[in-house]
Each structure stands twice: as structure tokens, then as C-alpha cells.
Design a protein around this ligand. Structure first.
Ligand SMILES: Cc1cc2nc3c(=O)[nH]c(=O)nc-3n(C[C@H](O)[C@H](O)[C@H](O)COP(=O)(O)OP(=O)(O)OC[C@H]3O[C@@H](n4cnc5c(N)ncnc54)[C@H](O)[C@@H]3O)c2cc1C
Length: 568
């Protein structure tokens, strides 16, 4: 296997078998880790020698950048400890500790309502990676390479992996577990060029370290943030707690005490200006939305029927199914089924708007927080959103293992993405803090809904019907979509241009079989090439969750990948 110093490889374990299946996993984040663990189990079970090479751009094996153990502890998971359920690998025996036990032993944290730091989960994943390397079954050898892969080519002896001028391979199988891939965005490119020409600053929300460093220079300046989701919440923590500010609980509620290092004002904005709804504030409140295994199974079976029919508007029967599942919960809360059905009819109508979400953003934030804390009854949207959160696993179970028409996949993915404002909600504390920042005059929501943005000599002007505000810093807190057509990273772009990758539908990711095997432009299987996770959105659903990384899709891939030792 030729390799140059641009892709230095480190053997971690040895496997002297000449007949080993040569497998490369590109991407060493949680999904790459889960795939390697599943492969170890298959190698042992099938007594199949496998030579695994894990290749990652940043060398953060196990954690990937989103759970980088070196990042600030201010970046939090959006799931409380009581809801984190990451299965342990089946090999080795005994398997590593569960995350909750590890967090207690390592950091002394065992409060089920605690939202862990992403760095803590990353420390756990890095530990799991080391544990895999230390205890790999004799059938599995592991080596790592830190390299940004720019292309893959098929040769008579297998797949060659290119990292600039360096090459690794050949491999019998290659799995892409690359996470979010950068997408071309004309507006962002214009803003970046503008910042380079002027005194204005333009930075992405991640990585956090350079952002925090730059924030120390932004005292007294006005900062615009593109996006109003979870990444914006991360950025707000950096621009307040990260600069020495603190939040004090007072009789009247949470109060922000500035350090004097903060910017003058922070102006987040998004296309619809609707803030996400926080998760229920305790296990007791969350239990109000419990649906139970029988209803979960009913949902998975009902959805399976809808997905297999390729009808014009699958969201109509899906709404009826969801209303059925949510009706008993609504009943306990004094809400009639009709109210749920009416809300769902508006939700699936692209032209309609929910009256509650037409209110000013700060009011929506306060209202959803009151629902999360059970100080006020939930709106039908909040209720449906929590039920949808609890249905994420049955949703994947029904959607992922079957082939679905492009139009059905497009509708379902859009519906799921839209409901993320509830189902991927932040910790309630994030909303309390945002309201305290509004009261302190630091967080300014006047430009929150789709402002017109023009470039001016010293930055940007954000204007709306009654607003005209200037900012000299712009932070991009919008994550790229899982849209194959928009990706501009060399590896994906090269494979797409050659027709080896095709979209599962409009604005969707890569078309694959349920085991991850890629389907080319003509719908034929690409032997030995598979994709899992975000970039396969449309072939699979609800990938943006750490639970999905360790789900059934990875096991399906490993079972397929460890077969057919005679592929060469
Ligand atoms: C900022 C952020 C915060 C998140 N927070 C949460 C959360 O709180 N809870 C939750 O459930 N989910 C969260 N998610 C969703 C998240 O996507 C998953 O939890 C998880 O990180 C996905 O794992 P992955 O391995 O698929 O992708 P990643 O973790 O992104 O790993 C992909 C790996 O591939 C590597 N790579 C990419 N391109 C190449 C290339 N060309 N060559 C070589 N290597 C390459 C990258 O370096 C990276 O290490 C978050 C996502 C982001 C972006």
C-alpha cells in the first residue's frame, strides 16, 4: 500500500492474514466509531479477517469535531443525561462503560437533568475508540491515517483513496461517514470577500476556539448572527459566559450580569424568525408526552404502509396517523383531536402559518418556555413536536430499511426538518438565558425575521419594515444542508461529477440501499462504496442525532461489509 507523508498511517493492531478484507472508513466521528465497532463484532462473529483503515481529516478518532474533547465546555448537548442511550458495542466482553457511568466516574456528574458538555461525550467516544483498538478481536487489524480525502478511484485491485497527492489503498470496501459537508453559498462567499476588503469580521460558528478568541476584540461592536437554532445558542454562550458575564437567579427570574467585555448588541436572524422550543424541563413534565411501546409500534407499522404506497401527498395520511397517536396524550391535557388535526393541516400547507408563530420572537420564546416548564398548557404544535421527538426511532425503523420514492422521501424529510424546531429543542435554560439577555439589552431581536441585508463600508445593514440596524461582525451559525447538489467539498463533488453519486431526490442527499451501498446515476449499485449519515439524507432520515450514529443502519452496513471475502 503506497502512502506519502500527506496521509501518514499508524498501525494500531496487527492482523497477518493475507486474505483479509481491506476496508476503509472515511470519517472518524461517532458514526465512523460505531461502524468500526460493528465491524469488529462481525469480524469476530463470521471469523472473517479484516484489515481496517480509519481515515479522518482532523485525526479526532471517536469524537469527530462536534464532540472534540478539546473544545469549550460551554458547548452543550441538546439532550439531558436521562435521555442519552448510546448502546455499548457487542465486542469486546465485557463492553466499555455506558456514558452515564463514565460521566459519573470521570466528571462526578449524575444529575439526570444535566445537559452534558459535548466535550465530555467526545472524551467518552475517544475512550471507546481506544478501547476498540486495545481489545480488537484477532480477526481485525486497525490502522489510522490523518488526511483529508479528495477523491476515490476504482482500479482492478480495488478502491484507491486520494488525499491530495497521497494515495492509500487499494480497498475492497470504502465507507463514507463524513458528517456535514460544506455547501456552496453565494451569499456567504460575498460576505467573506466583503470582510476581507473591509474592517468587518466574518466567522463561522465552529470551531469555537477562534470565535472566542476573536470575540475578545469585539467589545462594544454589534454582531449579527445568521441562524436562530442550536448553533446560535452555542455562539450566545461564547459571547456572554465566554467573555466573563454571568447569569444570576433572582426572585424575578434570571438576570444577566455583564463583564463589560461583551459586544454592544447581538442581532440573530433567520428566514422565518421563529426560535426553537425548549425540551420539557424535567422527567415528570416529559412524561406527559410519553407514547409507550404499543403506540410506537402502531406508528412504525402505519408509516410503513404510507411509505410503500408512493402517493401524491403522503403527509396527509401521516398527519392522520400522528393525530391518532397523539390524541390520548392530548386528551389528558384537555385538548381535542380536532385541534391537533387543524394544527397539522396548517403545518403541511406551505402557504399557511401558525398564529402563535406570527407573534414577536421574544414572545414565542417566553411562551414555549412556559410550556416546557408546564406553567401553561402546551400548544398543539408543542405537543405534536414532543410526540414527534419520541417517535424518532420508530421513524427511522420504518423509513431506513426500505426503498422509498423520491417524492415521498422529499415530503417526509421536509416535514421532519420543519418539526426540528420542537423535536431538536434546546435546554430550557438556553431560553431562560436568551430572555435575560433581551432584558439586559444585549440580545436584540428587531431584525430577527428575514431582514434585507446590504453590504456597507464597515459591515452589514439589516433592515425590515421598521428596522435599520448596522453590524460590523457577521457570524454564520447555519449548518450546511444534506443536499448532494449543493456540496462543494472535493471528494463528494468529484464522485458526483463522475455520476458515481446521485441524489435520492430534490434537495436530498445520496441515493443508497438500506445497507448504505451507493446507487449511481443510473440506479446501479456501486460495488464496494457505501455512505452513512447526514450525506445519505433521503435514503435515511433523522440522521442529525448522536443516537442515529449508533443505530441499525451501521449494523446493516457492517453485516454487508464483512461478507464476500472473494471480492478481489
Ligand atoms: C455543531 C454540531 C453540534 C451537534 N450537537 C448535537 C447534539 O447535541 N446532539 C445530537 O444528538 N446531535 C448533535 N449534532 C448532530 C451530529 O451531526 C451528530 O451527533 C454526530 O456528530 C454525527 O456524527 P458523524 O460521525 O456522522 O459526523 P461527524 O461527527 O461530523 O464526523 C465526520 C468526520 O468525517 C471527517 N471528514 C469529513 N470529510 C472528510 C474528508 N474529505 N476526508 C477525511 N475525513 C473527513 C471529519 O473530520 C469528521 O471527523 C451536532 C452537529 C453539529 C454540527
Amino acid at each position: 500500500m503506497p502512502a506519502s507523508d500527506h496521509a501518514s498511517r499508524t498501525p494500531m493492531t496487527r492482523n497477518d492474514s493475507k486474505n483479509a478484507l481491506r476496508i476503509a472508513i472515511l470519517g472518524g466521528g461517532p458514526r465512523g466509531l460505531a461502524a468500526a465497532e460493528a465491524l469488529a463484532a462481525q469480524a469476530a462473529r463470521q471469523n472473517q479477517p479484516i484489515a481496517l483503515t480509519m481515515i479522518d481529516a482532523q485525526g479526532l478518532f471517536g469524537s469527530g469535531p462536534n464532540y472534540d474533547p478539546g473544545q469549550t465546555e460551554m458547548n452543550l448537548l441538546n439532550i439531558p443525561l436521562r435521555l442519552i442511550d448510546i448502546p455499548c458495542p457487542t465486542h469486546p466482553h465485557p463492553s466499555p462503560l455506558a456514558f452515564s457511568a463514565w460521566l459519573r466516574d470521570r466528571h462526578g456528574i449524575d444529575d439526570p437533568e444535566h445537559y452534558p458538555a459535548r466535550s465530555h461525550l467526545g472524551g467518552y467516544f475517544a475512550r471507546r475508540w481506544r478501547s476498540l483498538v486495545d481489545t480488537a478481536p484477532p480477526q481485525l487489524s486497525i490502522e489510522t491515517a490523518t488526511a483529508t480525502v479528495t477523491d476515490l478511484t476504482q482500479t482492478a485491485t480495488g478502491w484507491m483513496v486520494h488525499a491530495g497527492h497521497a494515495q492509500l489503498g487499494p480497498f475492497d470496501r470504502v465507507l463514507l461517514a463524513l458528517g456535514h459537508q460544506h455547501a456552496a453559498d453565494g451569499q456567504i462567499e460575498k460576505w467573506q470577500a466583503h470582510a476581507r476588503r473591509t474592517q468587518a469580521d466574518f466567522l463561522p460558528a465552529y470551531p469555537s476556539a477562534p470565535l472566542l478568541q476573536a470575540a475578545h476584540r469585539w467589545s462594544g461592536r454589534t454582531i449579527a448572527i445568521r441562524g436562530l437554532g442550536l448553533s446560535t445558542i452555542d455562539v450566545l454562550r461564547l459571547l456572554t459566559l465566554g467573555l466573563g458575564g454571568r447569569f444570576d437567579a433572582e426572585r424575578t427570574g434570571l438576570v444577566y450580569r455583564p463583564s463589560g467585555q461583551e459586544p454592544r448588541a447581538i442581532l440573530p436572524f433567520s428566514r422565518d424568525g421563529i426560535p426553537p422550543a425548549p425540551k420539557p424541563a424535567s422527567a415528570e413534565i416529559d412524561a406527559l408526552y410519553e407514547i409507550g411501546p404499543e403506540a410506537e409500534a402502531r406508528f412504525a407499522s402505519g408509516l410503513g404502509t404510507i411509505l410503500s404506497r408512493d402517493i401524491d401527498d403522503p403527509l396527509k395520511p401521516l398527519s392522520a396517523l400522528l393525530a391518532d397517536i397523539a390524541t390520548p396524550i392530548a386528551g389528558h391535557l384537555g385538548m381535542a383531536r380536532d385541534v391537533l388535526s387543524h394544527w397539522l393541516a396548517i403545518e403541511i400547507d406551505p402557504e399557511a402559518h401558525h398564529p402563535i408563530e406570527n407573534r414577536p420572537a421574544a414572545e414565542i420564546m417566553a411562551t414555549y418556555l412556559a410550556m416546557a416548564e408546564n406553567r401553561t398548557p402546551p400548544s398543539p404544535g408543542y405537543l405534536i413536536g414532543q410526540v414527534w421527538r419520541k417517535l424518532q426511532t420508530p421513524l427511522r425503523k420504518a423509513f431506513n430499511p426500505i426503498s422509498i420514492s423520491a417524492r415521498t422521501a422529499e415530503s417526509l424529510v421536509r416535514f421532519d426538518e420543519d418539526l426540528k424546531r420542537f423535536s431538536y429543542g434546546p435546554p430550557p435554560q438556553a431560553n431562560r438565558r436568551m430572555l435575560a439577555l433581551i432584558a439586559a439589552g444585549l440580545l436584540d431581536l428587531r431584525a430577527v425575521e428575514d431582514p434585507d441585508i446590504v453590504l456597507v463600508a464597515d459591515g452589514w445593514r439589516l433592515s425590515g419594515e421598521e428596522t435599520d440596524l448596522a453590524a460590523s461582525v457577521m457570524i454564520d451559525a447555519v449548518l450546511p444542508p444534506g443536499d448532494l447538489a449543493a456540496v462543494d467539498m472535493p471528494l463528494i463533488a468529484a464522485l458526483r461529477e463522475r455520476g458515481l453519486l446521485a441524489a435520492a431526490g430534490e434537495r436530498l442527499g445520496i441515493a443508497t440501499r438500506p445497507d448504505g451501498t451507493v446507487l449511481d446515476r443510473d440506479g446501479n449499485e456501486v460495488e464496494g462504496l457505501a455512505v452513512l449519515g447526514r450525506m445519505a439524507t433521503g435514503s435515511v432520515i433523522a440522521t442529525d442525532s448522536v443516537h442515529d450514529c449508533f443505530g441499525a443502519a451501521v449494523t446493516r452496513w457492517a453485516a454487508m461489509a464483512a461478507q464476500n471475502p472473494d471480492v478481489r
